[in-house]
Design a protein around this ligand. Structure first.
Ligand SMILES: Cc1cc2nc3c(=O)[nH]c(=O)nc-3n(C[C@H](O)[C@H](O)[C@H](O)COP(=O)(O)OP(=O)(O)OC[C@H]3O[C@@H](n4cnc5c(N)ncnc54)[C@H](O)[C@@H]3O)c2cc1C
Length: 435
């Protein structure tokens, strides 16, 4: 095993939330290292929208303008049923410096974050996997494997990842931003229970001859949720909720064209299936369709970790929660978590005795431990967002349609915190209490 390395904070995972966490820490003058088991950032658009509050956080890092230039702004969200527009929510009315949703492919965001980290001299260690974590009174030790691609031999040529070198990084804190199968969470022994039934979606990104639109449309028909996202440059994304993927996967091409994500294979869907679904669920979308850039049938789970961490090891992003993809909440609320957590960690690391007011002890007993406060606030918010505290409550302004659909509307709105409350208010709804 190679010699130990040392850093103040080790971030595990270079997804959008891990990269953001590393950058905020670096901005606060904290020594940070990011390790990522993959060899590069995401190659597709996946979580494709930034909430107004995320833009504010990114603006604090001096990144909002550059991202806005690369994205497409949406000023409204509309709910449809049976071809009729039922409710419209106006983002333009939000008292935010960025009163819109920014549609921006996840890979463009990640690329910009990596570039900014480079400027701050923070290196992302690609091909580095955290294998195990140990703690003692002075810090935490992450066992890290450096991976290298090797040829698998001569019968069928190919390559696979081998462990090239192992070493330990000692850190004062570890932040687990390592996604839904988080090693960090598992090392802490934190449960990650399902809180609702998973939903299956067929997702298509394609070009269409259609005027650029500035509204996201959500069609709630027959108990299913379908979403149309206008993107930049004549590109669109349709996400259709499915009952079963098998019906839409073409067995002749499935194995050849299946999409690989995180080591798993997902069925491929083509233009024919896209046209079929549009015909059934949104016949008003009658524009000629060009190339399908990518497509996938994918199951989204709903999970919430029982705890967000302990002592010197804390979780952010998908490692702690999985939410409805329509509201793009897991990534965006992940940024807010990272913002709060990094502020607590930076304060602790810059104080004379970093652990005087942290990590259990007197402060915790008095209910003032900022890390426990982080956990309490964030879990309470997730309770609201995942509908565990009940549905939004209708007020006088709520229409019959809104009253009936309030529980389904909540996870579809790309916003959180005060912005989400204000958008719901436009529809005559109020968030249930968070605590
Ligand atoms: C096909 C697809 C479509 C999606 N569409 C949507 C959508 O429409 N809306 C939406 O909100 N969300 C969507 N998502 C989910 C969205 O991408 C995630 O919510 C978002 O990426 C979460 O960011 P994160 O940084 O928390 O975690 P991740 O992006 O999962 O990043 C975690 C990183 O940690 C790395 N890692 C894991 N274990 C280790 C280890 N032991 N050592 C080192 N590194 C490790 C992983 O390789 C990964 O890069 C989609 C995802 C997929 C795959």
């Amino acid at each position: 095993m190679a010699r130990d390395r040392e850093t103040e904070v080790l971030v595990v995972g270079a997804g959008p939330v891990g990269l953001f966490t590393g950058l905020v820490l670096a901005e606060r003058g904290i020594q940070v290292e990011i390790v990522e088991e993959e060899w590069r950032s995401t190659a597709r658009s996946y979580a494709l929208a930034l909430h107004p509050y995320s833009l504010k956080l990114l603006d604090d890092l001096g990144m909002a303008r550059e991202l806005i230039e690369k994205g497409h702004q949406l000023y409204a969200l509309a709910f449809y049923q049976e071809g009729e527009r039922q409710v419209q929510l106006s983002y333009s009315q939000l008292p935010s410096p960025f009163p819109f949703i920014l549609v921006l492919p996840q890979q463009a965001l990640e690329e910009a974050l990596v570039k900014r980290l480079k400027k701050k001299k923070v290196k992302v260690e690609w091909n580095h996997r955290v294998d195990a974590i140990e703690s003692d009174s002075r810090g935490v030790h992450a066992h890290i494997q450096r991976l290298r691609k090797e040829s698998t031999g001569y019968i069928v040529s190919g390559t696979e990842w081998m462990v090239d070198k192992s070493f330990t990084t000692k850190a004062r804190f570890i932040v687990g931003a390592d996604g839904h199968r988080s090693v960090v969470r598992r090392q802490l022994g934190i449960d990650f229970p399902e809180v609702a039934q998973p939903l299956l979606f067929a997702v298509f990104e394609f070009d269409a001859e259609r005027h650029p639109e500035h509204e996201v449309r959500i069609v709630l028909d027959n108990g299913q949720t379908n979403v149309l996202w206008p993107m930049r440059g004549g590109r669109f994304r349709w996400s259709f909720q499915l009952e079963s993927a098998a019906k839409f996967a073409d067995p002749r091409v499935k194995s050849r064209l299946a999409v690989q994500v995180g080591g798993r294979s997902y069925p491929h869907l083509g233009k024919e299936e896209l046209q079929q679904l549009i015909g059934q669920r949104a016949p008003w979308f009658d524009s000629p369709i060009g190339d399908v850039a990518w497509s996938i049938a994918i199951k989204f789970e709903f999970r919430l970790a029982d705890s967000l961490g302990k002592d010197r090891i804390w979780l952010v992003g998908d490692s702690a929660h999985l939410a409805n993809p329509v509201g793009v909440q897991s990534m965006n609320v992940g940024f807010r978590e990272a913002h709060q957590l990094t502020s607590v960690l930076a304060d602790a690391l810059r104080s004379k005795d970093p652990f005087a007011n942290l990590v259990s002890g007197e402060a915790a007993r008095a209910g003032q431990d900022p890390l426990l406060d982080y956990e309490r606030k964030r879990l309470a918010e997730w309770g609201q967002l995942l509908g565990l505290r009940g549905a939004p409550q209708p007020g006088e302004l709520a229409t019959d349609w809104t009253r009936r659909h309030a529980p389904r509307m909540l996870p579809c709105i790309p916003a959180s915190g005060e912005d989400l409350s204000l958008l719901l208010k436009q529809a005559g709804l109020e968030l249930p209490a968070g605590g």
